[in-house]
Write a protein that binds this ligand. Structure first.
Ligand code: ADP
Length: 633
């Protein structure tokens, strides 16, 4: 298994890089600068244009209203002037009844028409009949000869005038019409309409309407406080002209708190400064030449500017939202890209690891193949070495056998020569019986040697064959003959304690004899050069086994050597004196008999070799019947 990288987890997502945010912020600022700031100017213009169009409408409505109101009354004075009862009342010597009729008539018409006052004046300006005859402060008897509407009508024209009523103290618009009889003008009918009601319809939150006279004096206004204010300070000459008509009846003509604040598309902008604060107005005007008025609509620009601001803020908000949207989009895209990148990296890592693992496995395979080949080579080498060893083992065995044979034959041959020498000496001396005895011994030895040779032949055929019951006494007696020869010229005393005869063991007589000769010869060798040397051969039955010991009082076998002395070719004797085969051959012979051979220390410090042999089973052939012992002396 290959581990996936842990940074695939979403929790480990990296935060967005700062430069991107910086770029976005810059973009937002640029957008705001490029789009919103110039756009704001346009938005303000649009809003002001919209305000202008509203002002235009308002102005049109206001002018139409005023015109309609004036139109409603403008023909009425002429109509009244043609009435006989009016003409009668204006006569110089008109009876009181005619005056009364005219008064009542004017009163009725005034009420019917909704005008403010209707009155009739004689050519000298004195009022003779009036609709308010029955009210406190009636016009009757008053002289309005100074009013232009009177003078104009008296001159035969249509009199029109607007002014503050000197009696009523109310602003009004006056119409005057001449009362004619043929070409003579008898007097003037005057009609006054109230402008207060008109103003009431003008009240609105975001605009003001003012009606100014040709001097720029406010006659009507949606704000009462502005009445008789001026748009600009008036020159002295103009003031005295106004005073002559008593139009405003001594009202102070103070300038309004309006200051110029620029222009918008040909319209004047005015700033109003009040205690509550300052407001900006756009001024739209229309002349009403017949009435002598200028109607002005002052449209408050605050809402337009607020609207522009709102639009600007909306645009800014839109820019901000767009930037935010862009940021979110970029962030998403960035994260998506990072995720894809990570997946790609993980995939690449996975592939790399798989490739590495495959390579490792390949290498391992190659190594294993190499090792297998190496092992095979080693095996072959081992086989070769083994066969070489077998070869050398065979050679070694051959050498061992040759050495053993020469060893086994040399001893009897030495004895044989001695017997032959003796026999010759006896023959020379004519002692035939002794010579015969020696020759008999020679024959015995020759027989023994052929016995050895037969044994070897038997070994070659069947190593463990021809085991029979052998008497230790008999074997020892035969061995003694060989050993006696060895004892000559030494001080060694050889003793035997074999117990009662016969002492039968399982084995072969010649081979057991060979073992005994070997052990006793070794003991004699170990005593060489020592005084009082003794060798004891003892034997005895112990249950199912017979124990034969060869003990000497020589130097004994050193503890470290006890294990090795039974190995073939192990010897401590000098060159040419021992081959180290005696004990090895003896050990194998005893083992073939089913017995055991071991060395222990003797009580006096010498060596003790112990042979243990099984007693022969019942019914087993005696040694005399075996091949091995045939002809043995
Ligand atoms: P060889 O007699 O040719 O040396 P053996 O196999 O008969 O060969 O003996 C091996 C060795 O065992 C001898 O060289 C000797 O050191 C030791 N050995 C055998 N018998 C005795 C003994 N009775 N006392 C001391 N050493 C002995």
């Amino acid at each position: 298994m290959v581990d996936l990288p842990t940074r695939l987890a979403p929790a480990a997502l990296r935060p967005l890089r700062l430069p991107r945010w910086g770029a976005l912020l810059l973009l937002a600022v640029l957008l705001a600068a490029v789009v919103v700031v110039p756009g704001r100017e346009r938005l303000v213009r649009l809003a002001l244009e919209e305000a202008e169009s509203r002002a235009q409408n308002t102005l049109r409505l206001a002018v139409a209203g005023l015109r309609g109101e004036l139109a409603r009354f403008e023909r009425l004075p002429q109509l009244l002037a043609q009435q006989a009862r009016i003409a009668e009342a204006v006569e110089l010597a008109a009876p009181a009844r005619s005056i009364d009729v005219a008064n009542r008539y004017l009163h009725d018409v005034n009420r019917l028409m909704g005008s403010s006052d209707i009155y009739v004046m004689r050519p000298d300006g004195r009022t003779v009949a009036a609709s308010n005859f029955n009210q406190p402060a009636p016009f009757n008897g008053q002289n309005f000869g100074y009013r232009p509407y009177f003078t104009e009508a008296l001159a035969g024209g249509e009199g029109r005038f607007f002014a503050l009523g000197t009696t009523s103290r109310k602003r009004g618009y006056y119409f005057g019409a001449p009362i004619r009889r043929e070409s003579e003008i008898l007097g003037v009918v005057a009609l006054k309409i109230d402008v207060d009601a008109l103003e009431d319809s003008w009240r609105a939150a975001d605009y003001e309407i003012i009606v100014t006279d040709p001097q720029g004096i406010v006659f009507m206004a949606s704000r009462r406080a502005w009445h008789f204010g001026t748009l600009a300070p008036l020159p002295e000459a103009m003031l005295s002209e106004v005073a002559a008509t008593r139009r405003y009846d001594g009202n102070p003509l103070t300038p309004l708190p309006l200051t110029p604040a620029g222009q918008f598309q040909g319209h004047e902008l005015l700033r109003l400064t009040e205690a509550e604060g300052s407001r900006e107005f756009m001024v739209l005007s229309e002349q009403m030449p017949l009435a002598g008025w200028t109607v002005n609509v002052l449209m408050d620009t605050a809402s337009a500017r607020a609207q522009a601001w709102t639009s600007t803020l909306t645009a800014l908000l839109a820019v901000a939202l767009a930037t935010l949207g862009l940021a979110v989009y970029l962030q998403r895209r960035g994260r998506m890209r990072e995720r894809l990148e990570m997946q790609r990296e993980a995939q690449a890592q996975l592939e790399q690891r798989v490739a590495e693992r495959t390579r490792e496995l390949d290498e391992l395979n190659t190594r294993l193949r190499g090792e297998v080949a190496e092992r095979r080579a080693t095996e072959a080498e081992l086989r070769r070495t083994h066969s070489r060893l077998i070869q050398s083992g065979k050679l070694a065995a051959l050498g061992q056998m040759s050495a053993a044979l020469s060893h086994e034959f040399n001893q009897p041959l030495g004895a044989l020569r001695n017997f032959a020498d003796n026999a010759l000496a006896y023959i020379d001396r004519g002692r035939v019986p002794e010579a015969r005895e020696n020759i008999g011994r020679i024959l015995g030895l020759a027989e023994r040697m052929s016995g050895i040779s037969r044994t070897l032949r038997n070994f070659a055929r069947k190593p463990n064959s021809h085991l029979g019951a052998v008497d230790v006494h008999q074997v020892w007696a035969d061995a003694r003959e060989v050993i006696d020869w060895r004892l000559r010229g030494t001080e060694v005393v050889l003793e035997a304690d074999l117990g009662p005869a016969p002492l039968r063991v399982q084995g072969g007589a010649v081979r057991l004899q060979q073992v005994l000769v070997n052990l006793v010869s070794n003991a004699i060798d170990s005593l060489e050069g020592r005084e009082g040397g003794r060798v004891l051969i003892a034997a005895g039955a112990e249950g199912e086994r017979v124990r034969i010991t060869v003990t000497d009082n020589g130097p004994g076998v050193a503890p470290g050597l006890a294990e090795r002395i039974f190995d073939p070719f192990f010897t401590t004797k000098g060159v040419g004196r021992g081959l180290g085969l005696g004990l090895s051959i003896s050990y194998n012979i005893v083992k073939d008999f089913g017995g055991d051979l071991r060395v222990t220390g003797a009580a006096g410090g010498g060596a003790c070799f112990e042979i243990t042999l099984p007693v022969p089973a019942a019914g087993i052939l005696s040694a005399e019947d075996s091949d091995e012992d045939m002809g043995e002396a």
